[in-house]
Design a protein around this ligand. Structure first.
Ligand SMILES: [Zn+2]
Length: 153
């Protein structure tokens, strides 16, 4: 795993409001595993092709592993073959927030949980995937927790 964007912008979301879920960093560190903490709170990146949800086709809802907010649905997931779980849309427009990330010397758009500010990954557009939005939300599995849909009865 490698670091990308250090989180140094405090409790404010890009629109100036505060994240509704806030805890001292020591509490996050106690609740999350070191790997989860590194990605969610220090904007690290999981190695490609190792995440538990990379190829998952299970139907259900993906929530933030830090705070439990619902972020993505399996219906919005697609096969990007990029090595990370990829979605073409979040569960709702306001499920996530976006920040400019210039950490690799080029501009990328970081995606964070709108509830707690946990780092999720990045979003890329115009790559030509055959999806409804032409967006690829490239998300770390370790930032998510998947709750499978109840089986049909
Ligand atoms: Zn969250």
């Amino acid at each position: 795993m490698s670091a990308s964007t250090p989180r140094n912008d405090g409790p404010a979301r890009p629109d100036g409001t505060e994240y509704p879920v806030q805890k001292p960093e020591a509490d996050w560190a106690a609740e999350l595993t070191p790997q989860e903490y590194h990605v969610l709170r220090e904007a690290g990146t999981e190695a490609p092709f190792v995440g538990e949800y990379t190829d998952s086709k299970t139907e259900g809802v993906y929530s933030c592993r830090a705070c439990g907010a619902e972020l993505f649905r399996s219906a919005g997931k697609f096969d990007s073959h990029c090595g990370w779980p990829s979605f073409f849309e979040p569960l709702a427009k306001d499920s996530v927030v976006y920040l400019e990330d210039v950490s690799l010397g080029r501009s990328r758009t970081e995606v964070r949980c709108a509830a707690c500010g946990g780092h999720l990954g990045h979003v890329f557009e115009g790559e030509g995937y055959n999806t409804p939005t032409d967006l690829r939300y490239c998300i770390n599995s370790i930032s998510l927790r998947m709750l499978p849909a109840a089986p049909q009865t």
